[in-house]
Design a protein around this ligand. Structure first.
Ligand SMILES: C[S@@+](CC[C@H](N)C(=O)[O-])C[C@H]1O[C@@H](n2cnc3c(N)ncnc32)[C@H](O)[C@@H]1O
Length: 290
């Protein structure tokens, strides 16, 4: 872990202790399964509470992260990045097709991969919710996918399809899955706009989806609308970077308000949504982790 990431991690833990401890304790005391599940997930993540088997996988993936982060190998990737504030000088066509960017493996891994705290949240959610069919939009180098797939492996069942538009990143992620010996992940190369429908058709019913790419509010709403009809009667949707830009904030509000989302948890970075037809009353919670 680089010094900067270590400090970011420490900061998250400190901020949480001040701001959200009360909310978490409240959730954990509840008999409602989803409130208790999310409360326990956050508490166990903060305490880094792991079994021996969990430690084994997480150590392996974090070692790989360190190796990738220290690599100065040149990397030419296709950037599909949405802009925080849309730039009128950047033509839509360029965003549509992506633009080639030269970077290094190390720097892209640091800037593009979710930090330990948040991937551990995903890992813990999967360990508790036990989904079978999972999808991820945005593989980058495969670190979050590896956390999620190793949780499925430890559960004893389940598979993950991760999607990535940049060919060079997809190649690195695929190699990383092989290095780690994770055989329950498949990677779909292509723009989400072009691949999502086929992935949903092949993987339905979807129990779990993690949206971590194409941080544009309208695009996020469109992916949400496309995914929900393919979900199981009980499913989890996790949206990353819900406070990243004005358009992402609007998208989160839209998703949170959707009547098919029965319980939502706003963690300020992640938004966690529960689809469960048996939950009668809609509930939403704010746990400002950052
Ligand atoms: C934030 S990174 C994913 C990080 C990864 N989930 C992790 O934490 O290890 C987002 C990824 O989504 C990809 N991406 C963004 N927009 C896309 C689109 N429209 N179609 C396909 N891939 C896209 C980017 O190339 C990038 O690798």
């Amino acid at each position: 872990m680089t010094l900067l990431k270590k400090y970011a991690d420490l900061f998250i833990r400190y901020a949480l202790k001040l701001n959200a401890q009360k909310a978490i304790s409240g959730l954990r005391r509840k008999s409602d399964i989803y409130q208790k599940m999310v409360g326990d997930v956050i508490k166990e993540t903060l305490d880094n509470n792991l079994t021996t088997d969990e430690k084994f996988w997480i150590k392996k993936i974090e070692l790989l992260r360190r190796q990738l982060e220290s690599s100065s190998e040149e990397l030419v990737l296709t950037d599909f990045g949405a802009r925080k504030i849309p730039d009128p000088k950047v033509y839509d066509i360029e965003i549509e097709k992506g633009r080639n960017v030269v970077s290094t493996v190390g720097s892209k891994c640091k800037s593009g991969s979710e930090i330990y705290f948040w991937v551990l949240i995903l890992f813990k959610l999967i360990r508790k919710f036990k989904p079978l069919s999972c999808i991820e939009l945005g593989s980058c180098m495969g670190l979050s996918a590896s956390f999620q797939a190793s949780a499925l492996f430890l559960n004893g069942s389940g598979k993950l399809v991760t999607m990535e538009g940049s060919e060079s990143l997809a190649a690195i992620a695929t190699k990383n899955f092989q290095t780690l010996g994770l055989h329950n992940i498949s990677l779909k190369l292509g723009r989400f706009q072009d691949t999502l429908h086929a992935v949903l058709s092949e993987s339905q019913p979807i129990d779990y989806a993690f949206l971590d790419g194409h941080l544009d509010g309208i695009a996020t709403i469109n992916y949400f609308k496309e995914i929900v009809p393919f979900c199981s009667s009980k499913a989890l949707l996790i949206i990353d970077n819900i406070f990243w830009s004005p358009s992402m904030k609007k998208a989160w509000k839209f998703i949170e308000d959707d009547k098919r989302i029965k319980v939502s948890f706003n963690l300020r970075h992640f938004g966690i949504c529960v689809i469960d037809n048996e939950v009668i009353e809609k509930q939403s919670f704010r746990i400002p982790l950052i």
